[in-house]
Design a protein around this ligand. Structure first.
Ligand code: ADP
Ligand code: MG
Length: 306
């Protein structure tokens, strides 16, 4: 990747222009060609598969919190599983939101991903658990994982700890999705170091582009020093509100900056997602015919075709 492509300058998006913001309010969706929605590319229906593995590892990454990383991990995973893929979701955030979103109470767990990466006697089979979705498994986490960040600092090969841990699982799955914590610290670097691709959920809000330059910088460093094969799989526009001008402008800006990397799938802002967290299941099973479920299915088809 060329160094200056994603520099801070080209990604800078200033504060909303007051005159513009006034008229932004709520605007009806435009007829026909919406500038924020490119004509869709052809995405083939995924072919069924008879055998599984080796897995593609994807890091779900953005150091900003609340942008939809965890929601996208759960629902992309569930949609891939619907297409017959075997998927392992890795909760790599001490907050344990991915585990909660799948109905697991993190504080009640005896063993988590923390034990798996820090204790040699703990095996994947001790920690992995099925979910209510067929083909979708979970490596849960809880607050214990926050200690790993400190403890790993003195380990030999500290950046490759997660990769070593996941290696035995790769044969059994088609996708491993790692839900990263909202920071660019050692845990996130571990995810990037073992991933084939990075999927960046990006909130359609002013200022959301600013942090991306820093994330791109970290990705380039990991490519240089740890994982030359790491690719940016794509950028997913989240929290999209089709009624407001500014959210559409932000998506337009993201398309200008990242072109084909931006997925056609767009995740609208809807209260249905917080509701699924309470329900402890993916939107694809909780509200299978909702727009949100359909959007994540489109994302899954795009991921399968990239
Ligand atoms: P992150 O993992 O990046 O911190 P989350 O996926 O946990 O982000 O989302 C943050 C909050 O926003 C959660 O309460 C979640 O339920 C909610 N949320 C996620 N996606 C959407 C969406 N498309 N529309 C509305 N709320 C959402
Ligand atoms: Mg999260």
């Amino acid at each position: 990747m060329s160094a200056g492509l994603f520099d801070a300058e080209s990604l800078h998006m200033g504060p909303p222009d007051p005159a513009r913001a006034e008229s932004a309010g709520v605007t009806p969706p435009t007829e026909g060609g919406d500038p924020a929605v490119r004509p869709r590319r052809e995405v083939p229906e995924p072919a069924p598969i008879a055998t599984h593995g080796p897995a593609t590892v994807l890091a779900m990454c953005n150091q900003k919190g609340g942008v939809g990383k965890t929601t996208s991990t759960i629902n992309l995973g569930a949609a891939l599983a619907e297409y017959g893929r075997r998927v392992l979701l890795v909760d790599f955030d001490p907050q344990g939101a991915l585990s909660v979103g799948l109905g697991v109470q993190p504080h009640e767990l005896d063993v988590t991903i923390y034990n798996l990466i820090m204790e040699r006697r703990v095996t994947l089979d001790d920690v992995v658990r099925p979910t209510a979705v067929e083909g979708l498994d979970l490596l849960p986490s809880n607050i214990d994982l926050s200690a790993a960040e400190v403890q790993l600092v003195t380990e030999v090969g500290r950046e490759q700890t997660l990769g070593r841990t996941l290696a035995p699982a790769l044969e059994d799955y088609d996708y491993v999705l790692v839900d990263c914590q909202p920071s660019l610290g050692l845990l996130t670097v571990n995810a990037l170091a073992c991933a084939h691709g990075v999927l960046i959920p990006l909130e359609c809000e002013y200022f959301s582009l600013r942090g991306v330059a820093l994330l791109m910088d970290t990705i380039e460093k990991v490519q240089d020093r740890l994982n030359p094969d790491l690719k940016i799989l794509g950028i997913l526009a989240t929290m999209f509100d089709p009624r407001t001008l500014h959210t559409r402008e932000v998506r337009q800006r993201v398309i200008e900056a990242f072109g084909d990397l931006v997925f056609d799938a767009v995740i609208n802002r809807t209260v249905r997602f917080p509701e699924t967290t309470v329900a402890g299941e993916p939107i694809t099973t909780w509200a299978p015919h909702s727009g949100g479920a359909e959007s994540y299915r489109l994302l899954a088809r795009e991921v399968l075709s990239r």
